[in-house]
Design a protein around this ligand. Structure first.
Ligand code: MRU
Length: 384
């Protein structure tokens, strides 16, 4: 995996480095860089892109300190990037995995390409278990690998790449439509609480939950955002706040445990989160802490909105009890900024997601519609 200095685009984030070393260490994604931007200059740094020969991602483990791009040139690179959460967020994982399958087949004749692609799909399926978008995208790639009759003009590997690029382009369009649907629920002057990162960094486009905020802001609404920091990996503090600052949207980061107290004081008008998998009845998996947030929201009469593409709906599951919840390594909890914060002899448990039962959900926003309860039947229809 090659690390490279960021390619600055259209002047966004540009500033004078004090030295070349500083430039590579603090490559401009941080708070000051974002807040210096004029809105009109802002060009969204894309979480995942196809360069024409490789997959380029933003390494999300080093934000907000560094905006560092990585070029992934093999399926093994892609698998490592997903496992280590250099790229994360349900839709983005699906997109990058599809591109990983295409990478695996390149330069191969038909049967070799098919074999490699199927092997890549198996490898990528083992990377992260909860986000169904990964499996949805890999299933699309499998159909191409298994069922495509190669034409004279297009090789198997080209056909796989075309499919992966379509998944990426579709995701961009879905995000835009989710944003438009979600923005209808955000009133001018609102304060929106969000958790984890369901923004541009989690998708190929402008995000899901944050897309609703971005579209609302573009409509001229004044919106304030409260981002829960999202222990243990701090996607809210590091990633959501970074995206919002870069777009000059008013954001305040709070400890996850502050959410209920803010709601009690009437400081939150609605909650907007993403989802990693939604069952047919509207139960859903999202980043650990979403369940506590949903309970607090209901207790205080705050609407709890979930935004996701319809590819996040898993129609094979009647309810949330069948959603696999990823458990991640102990060090994510034991260490804070590289420093030990838990005594060695204490046990650590690190579930990365929780399940929010449908009773707590006010509406699920997809690219097609704003679906309100009862969800059963209506969500699966939304998936088409
Ligand atoms: O573990 P992560 O960072 O991949 O978890 C991400 C989330 O829980 C997001 O809320 C979800 O994937 C929706 S992203 C549009």
């Amino acid at each position: 995996m090659a690390s490279r200095t960021p390619r600055w685009r259209s002047g966004a984030y540009q500033r004078k480095p004090k030295s070349a070393a500083r430039e590579s260490r603090r490559s401009g994604g941080g708070h000051e860089a974002g807040s210096a931007l004029l809105k009109s200059q802002f060009v969204e740094p894309r979480a995942v892109e196809w360069t024409g020969s490789n997959v380029r991602i933003i390494d999300q483990t080093v934000l907000p300190e560094d905006l560092r791009y990585l070029e992934l040139s093999s399926v093994e690179d892609v698998a490592e990037a997903i496992r280590t959460m250099r790229i994360r967020g349900a839709p983005a994982i699906g997109v990058v995995a599809a591109l990983g399958v295409a990478l695996s087949a390149r330069g191969q004749a038909e049967s070799g390409a098919r074999k490699r692609a199927l092997g890549a799909i198996e490898l990528l399926r083992s990377t992260r278990p909860t986000a169904v978008n990964l499996f949805w995208a890999l299933d699309r790639m499998r159909v191409v690998a298994e069922e495509t009759t190669v034409s004279r003009t297009k090789s198997m590997s080209e056909t796989l790449l075309t499919e992966a690029l379509s998944i990426m382009e579709e995701d961009r369009e879905l995000c835009r439509r989710i944003g438009e649907n979600g923005s209808r629920l955000i009133k001018d002057g609102s304060t929106v609480f969000t958790h984890c990162n369901a923004g541009a960094l989690a998708t190929a486009g402008i995000g899901t939950a944050l897309a609703a905020i971005y579209v609302a802001v573009s409509q001229g609404k004044k919106i304030r955002v409260i981002a829960g920091e999202t222990r243990p990996l701090l996607q809210g503090a590091r990633l959501t706040a970074w995206e919002l600052v870069a777009r000059q949207i008013d954001v305040t980061v709070v400890c996850d445990s502050a959410a209920a107290w803010l709601m009690k004081q009437g400081k939150v008008d609605c909650v907007f989160v993403g989802a990693d998998r939604v069952a047919s009845n509207g139960d859903l998996a999202n980043k650990i802490g979403s369940y506590s947030l949903a309970i607090a929201a209901r207790e205080h009469g705050v609407p709890f909105y979930v935004a996701c593409p319809s590819s996040t709906i898993d129609g094979s599951l009647p309810d949330g009890s069948g959603i696999p919840v990823e458990e991640r390594g102990e060090d994510e909890v034991r260490l804070v900024a590289g420093r030990k914060t838990v005594p060695d002899k204490a046990r650590v448990y690190n579930p990365a997601f929780d399940i929010v039962q449908h009773e707590y959900v006010t509406a699920i926003i997809t690219e097609q519609d704003v679906v309100t309860p009862p969800f059963l039947g209506r969500l699966v229809r939304a998936r088409g």
